[in-house]
Design a protein. Structure first.
Length: 402
């Protein structure tokens, strides 16, 4: 065997997930006693709610540690339907509990794609969509909006139609709403128009709604239309990681979709993971069974406002509005071609992101990781003093560019 054949061509080219890499970098600087302003992580901070923690502890104490149903605990699947307002629309047979939303997405690619089938993503796809699709031998393609940045990278039906015409092997369109990384929200009419195109072309409409409770300014999350026509094609993905505090590591997600697709995913899980860890499913059950407390949403909306008011007048930066999620998206293309004090030239958002970390300890997400060079993703799920200090350090760094 050739040295270069030791790892498959598919996985050999993978880089670690950007967000985990950022976490490592930030902790390295902290260990060295250097300042860190952390806008990198896609994770809520604060205390884990006691009822979520206690449910997990109780599960261990009471011996809920044997193999469970590979589709997930029946009571959790029912709670998922209640949480998403889907009781009456679907039964528990349509729900699969997974080890985080990531696994739901991977299940979907594996369940519906043949090798070389095209999967369509929006213009700034979340970092793991492509590696997951490629691992399932599907071919990811980005739908680029004709309007460019005018509508903040939101895709419209004409954009989708144009791509579907060129790609008869498209199997699904994956839409993330609210959008990580851009912080945008597709409103009900926009969502319905895209869904309608998928129905016309008989492709799956996969809706990743992981941030759906974090919609600001009094707006409601727009649910997709569900009737006999659409239910055959809509698959929704959600999970525990973002809408609560400190729950990303509990690693529970879920999907709700048509019977045949769900059954295929359960069959896969029965061989693959045998279902996610049972005690953590009890934690998830406690989280979503309770009435949802909008405290996190209110706090994040306040942090968004703080960030945007601090960032006013930042040189070379255009800050996009953030109607949802906890990401502010910054257009930093005006820094390209500028020189740093040590004489190197900023040519990409990777360059700028590295320069911000190295010179000021400001950790951001480079737009390049989301296929959009020229932008930075700023996570404002971070303490207020980090927001204020981090924007100040960013301003000073940008002012030194020439
Ligand atoms: N989808 C989006 C848009 C995300 O931002 C993330 C995590 O950051 C995931 C899916 C995966 O979520 P989980 O941590 O539940 O696997």
């Amino acid at each position: 065997m050739n040295e270069c054949d030791r790892i498959s061509a598919k996985l050999g080219k993978f880089r670690p997930s950007l967000t985990l890499e950022l976490k490592r970098l930030a902790s390295e600087r902290l260990q060295q006693g250097l300042p860190v302003f952390d806008f990198g992580l896609g994770e809520t901070k604060g205390e884990l709610a006691p009822h979520i923690r206690e449910a997990g502890e109780r599960a261990y104490r009471e011996g809920h540690t044997m193999y469970g149903d590979p589709a997930g605990l029946p009571e959790l699947r029912q709670a998922v339907l209640d949480w998403l307002g889907l009781t009456g629309e679907y039964s528990t047979e349509n729900v699969v509990i997974t080890a985080g939303a990531k696994q739901s997405l991977f299940n979907i690619f594996l369940a519906v794609c043949n090798p070389a089938d095209v999967v369509l993503f929006d213009a700034a796809p979340w970092v793991s969509y492509q590696p997951l699709a490629i691992s399932a031998y599907a071919s990811p393609v980005m739908v680029l909006p004709r309007s460019g940045t005018e509508n903040h990278f939101k895709v419209c039906p004409e954009d989708l139609r144009r791509n579907l015409k060129m790609r008869p092997h498209a199997k699904l369109f994956l839409l993330n709403n609210p959008v990580n990384p851009t912080g945008q929200l597709y409103v009900a009419e926009e969502l319905e128009a895209l869904l309608q195109v998928c129905i016309e072309h008989q492709i799956y409409f996969v809706l990743d709604r992981l941030y759906w409770r974090l919609v600001f300014d009094g707006h409601e999350y727009p649910d997709p239309r569900l009737d006999a026509e659409t239910k055959r094609w809509v698959i929704q993905v959600d999970g525990l990681s973002k809408n609560f505090r400190r729950t990303g590591g509990i690693r529970i997600g879920w999907s709700v979709g048509p019977n045949d697709v769900t059954q295929a995913m359960v069959n896969l899980q029965s061989h693959y993971t045998a279902g996610p860890a049972v005690p953590t499913q009890y934690s998830a059950l406690a989280a979503i069974r309770n009435d949802y407390d909008p405290e996190l949403k209110r706090d994040l909306q306040r942090k968004r406002d703080l960030l945007h008011s601090e960032a006013r007048g930042l040189p070379y930066v255009e800050v996009w509005p953030t109607p949802a999620s906890f990401y502010s998206f910054w257009d930093v293309r005006a820094t390209f071609g500028k020189k740093t004090p040590d004489g190197s030239t900023i040519c990409s958002s990777d360059d700028l992101a590295w320069h911000l970390i190295e010179s000021a300890g400001v950790v951001t997400g480079s737009g390049a990781a989301f296929m959009q060079d020229g932008f930075l993703r700023i996570s404002f799920a971070t303490p207020d003093e980090q927001i204020v200090g981090g924007v100040r350090a960013t301003r000073e760094t940008l002012q030194r560019l020439q």
